[in-house]
Design a binder for this molecule. Structure first.
Ligand SMILES: [Cu+2]
Length: 109
């Protein structure tokens, strides 16, 4: 009886670990640091999510999909995070609002 209970707990832990891994793998992280998007180019599956994290010490930036005709978004200050899910295949270039030379692209396949 005791061993049965232990294996039940082990199965539950495996289940939780499996779920956590699946969640993590669906998000692609882009670091914003030293006036660059890193990696500058990412490829994700349809329905995938990208998370941008500003890791500068004191510089703000933005993630602006200007070519989609969207208004310039709010700035991301150090430590801020922006997430976006891509539901359609395509190539989605973006730039930083205050720094036009800072560019990146999301390929959705
Ligand atoms: Cu910037």
């Amino acid at each position: 009886m005791k061993s049965l209970a232990i294996s039940g707990v082990a199965a539950l832990l495996l289940l939780v670990a499996g779920t956590a891994t699946a969640e993590t793998s669906k998000v692609t992280e882009v670091t914003i640091y030293k006036f660059q998007f890193d990696p500058r180019e990412v490829t994700i599956p349809v329905g995938g999510k990208v998370r941008w994290v500003n890791r500068e010490k004191r510089q703000y930036h933005s993630v602006w999909f200007e070519k989609l005709g969207e208004p310039e978004p709010d700035y991301l200050f150090p430590g801020d995070v922006y997430e976006r899910t891509f539901d359609k295949a395509g190539d989605f270039p973006y730039r930083c609002g205050p720094h036009p030379e800072m560019t990146g692209i999301v390929h959705v396949r």
